[in-house]
Design a protein around this ligand. Structure first.
Ligand code: MN
Length: 236
C-alpha cells in the first residue's frame, strides 16, 4: 500500500524512554469533579459526567510556546490527569471492559490541559450545537511525557493543581473524581471500542478561568512530570 502523501502520527513522549507513545484518539470527560460541575452551573447530584473528544493531533509538547488560539475572547485552562491506554488484550477486546480489564488497560499517566474556547462552548450549549470548535482545536491538548503506571505511585491519592504566572488557580485531588479511573474507562468502553494509543482526559477540578497571551501555565499532579506551557501572541 502506498499513500498519496505522508501524514505524521501524533505522539507523546514517554518518561525515561526513547520510544514515543502514538496517539490513536483523545477522549475527554466533562464534569467529573463535583466542584467544577457546580461552577459550570450543573448539579452533580442529578447529572452524571459525560464524554466528548478531541482529534489526536490536538496534542502539544510539554515546554512549548503555543500560538494563542484564533476566534476566542475567553480561552480557559482546565488542568487534567490524562490516562494513556495500551496493554495486552486491549486491541483484542476493547469493548465492555470489566473494572479489572479497565485497570489492566492503563499504560501510564500524564498531566494535560484541556484548553477550551469558553465563549464558543457557551454559544454551542445555548444553541444545542456540537462542541468541536470550542474543544477540538489545534494545540488544545498540551501534555507532559507519560509516566508508566508502575512508576507513577499511588495516582488515586495524588493532588492536582494549576498555576498561572505563579498564582494558584486550580487544585483538587484525584480521589475527588466522580467516575474513578477504572470506572470511566469501563463506561467509555460501552460507547467505543478502545484501542492502544487512546488518551483520556479525566476531567478538571474547579477554578477554571481565562488566560491571556504571554501567560505561563504550570500543571502538576503528584508523581508525574510537571507541565509548563507558554501562550504566545495572538496571530493576526
Ligand atoms: Mn475538561
Amino acid at each position: 500500500m502506498s499513500l498519496l502523501f505522508a501524514l505524521n502520527t501524533p505522539s507523546v513522549a514517554i518518561l525515561g524512554q526513547a520510544e514515543r507513545f502514538p496517539v490513536n484518539r483523545i477522549y475527554c470527560v466533562g464534569r467529573n469533579y463535583a466542584a467544577h460541575a457546580r461552577e459550570m452551573g450543573a448539579n452533580p447530584e442529578r447529572e452524571s459526567p459525560f464524554f466528548f473528544s478531541k482529534p489526536a493531533n490536538a496534542v502539544a509538547e510539554n515546554g512549548a510556546m503555543l500560538p494563542f488560539p484564533s476566534r476566542t475572547e475567553d480561552l480557559h485552562h482546565e488542568v487534567e490527569l490524562v490516562v494513556a491506554l495500551a496493554g495486552e488484550g486491549l486491541d483484542a477486546k476493547g469493548s465492555n471492559l470489566s473494572l479489572a480489564e479497565a485497570e489492566a488497560a492503563v499504560y501510564g499517566y500524564a498531566v494535560g490541559i484541556d484548553f477550551t474556547r469558553r465563549d464558543l462552548q457557551a454559544q454551542a450549549k445555548d444553541k444545542g450545537r456540537p462542541w468541536d470548535t470550542a474543544k477540538g482545536f489545534d494545540d488544545s491538548a498540551p501534555i507532559t511525557a507519560i509516566t508508566p503506571a508502575r512508576k507513577a505511585g499511588a495516582i488515586g491519592e495524588a493532588h492536582i493543581s494549576l498555576k498561572v504566572n505563579g498564582e494558584l488557580r486550580q487544585q483538587g485531588h484525584i480521589s475527588d473524581l466522580i467516575w474513578s479511573i477504572p470506572e470511566l474507562i469501563a463506561e467509555l468502553s460501552t460507547y467505543y471500542r478502545l484501542r492502544c494509543g487512546d488518551l483520556i482526559f479525566t476531567g478538571t477540578p474547579s477554578g477554571v478561568a481565562a488566560v491571556q497571551p504571554g501567560d505561563v501555565l504550570e500543571g502538576h499532579v503528584d508523581g508525574l512530570e510537571a507541565l509548563r506551557i507558554t501562550l504566545g501572541p495572538r496571530s493576526r
